[in-house]
Design a binder for this molecule. Structure first.
Ligand code: IPE
Ligand code: IPE
Ligand code: MG
Ligand code: MG
Ligand code: MG
Length: 290
């Protein structure tokens, strides 16, 4: 199962990377620096959100052609969120994906503009995607927007940055992880479910799976922040303003990780054998060392 999911990851990554290269080709000499900054931060990465969306799409027999632009849009939004997350007034990180953070190379002003441009581009490529019906385009765009607004990334990042240590409690962490991380995973799963005309109970199952892997994914990321290897992880460690491990300690965090992973997999039972690849995906997520 492990080699199967690694092959899928590799294949999907190649297709996504080729599509991204096409989309981010410089179209205007005057703004070459802006395209360079955006392309710099979109390159690399594990492409987990795109892979997740495409694997959910396979459950509903959606062609790769139909999933490719929404999957790319998810990765553009994710890259934009990483540019912002590293800024000096956010996590103040200098290293991302094994390279200097965007603002170190291009400056904070350009980094911020590239981030905004990437979010805008993500919406535009979906709204002009001829492989989707107009209704699908609108629904997918609404889900993308939901993932980073007052009910998504911005909300989670706000609490992450502004939380006072004395106020740390489990339900606040749950909010942070749900919004800053799980929201984009949930959008990835539900976008594919919507394009695949999933039944209501299938959408609910995918929502439960996404929320639980999203939550567990951030716990894993927080564990890596405390005990990972900077050279392998490719980002500055010990740079979180708030980290789940501060609240519960390493052993309890590992137990939570296991619990959320199990809850996620249990939600897939209604798909029977068709859930095989998604189960491989979630196992892969929690064995990661970067
Ligand atoms: C990092 O996500 C940000 C979090 C939500 C924890 P990834 O670990 O998926 O980052 P890349 O895309 O592979 O660099
Ligand atoms: C994830 O939190 C925030 C985003 C969703 C961008 P982190 O601050 O832990 O992410 P990394 O570790 O810098 O990738
Ligand atoms: Mg952060
Ligand atoms: Mg960070
Ligand atoms: Mg982190």
């Amino acid at each position: 199962m492990e080699s199967e999911i690694k092959n899928s990851l590799r294949e999907i990554k190649q297709v996504i990377d080729a599509e991204i290269e096409e989309i981010l080709k410089n179209k205007n000499e005057l703004i070459e620096g802006l395209f360079k900054s955006a392309a710099y931060s979109v390159s690399g990465g594990k492409r987990l959100r795109a892979v997740f969306a495409i694997l959910v799409g396979r459950i509903f027999d959606i062609s790769l052609e139909k999933m490719i632009k929404p999957a790319v849009a998810l990765e553009l939004i994710h890259a934009a969120s990483l540019i912002m997350d590293d800024l000096p007034y956010m996590d103040d990180s200098q290293l991302r994906r094994g390279k200097p953070a965007n603002h170190i190379i291009f400056g904070q002003d350009v980094a911020l503009l590239a981030s905004v441009a990437l979010i805008s581009e993500a919406n535009q490529i979906v709204l002009s995607d001829e492989n989707l019906t107009v209704s699908e385009r609108n629904q997918v765009t609404a889900m993308l927007c939901g993932s980073y607004g007052f009910n998504g990334l911005a909300a989670g990042q706000f609490v992450d940055l502004k939380l006072k240590r004395k106020d740390i409690e489990f339900k606040i962490f749950k909010f942070i992880n749900e919004k800053k991380t799980a929201a984009l995973f949930t959008a990835s799963g539900l976008i594919a479910a919507t394009i695949g005309h999933a039944k209501e109970k299938e959408k609910k199952a995918l929502q439960a799976f996404s929320e639980n892997i999203g939550f567990a994914f951030q716990i894993m990321d927080d564990l890596l922040d405390i005990s990972g290897d900077e050279k392998i992880v490719g980002k500055n460690l010990n740079h979180d303003k708030t980290n789940f491990i501060q609240l519960v300690g390493i052993d309890a965090a590992k137990n939570y990780l296991k619990k959320y992973h199990e809850k996620a997999e249990a939600a897939l039972n209604i798909f029977g054998k068709k859930a095989h690849e998604l189960k491989g995906f979630s196992s892969y997520l929690f064995k990661r060392i970067y």
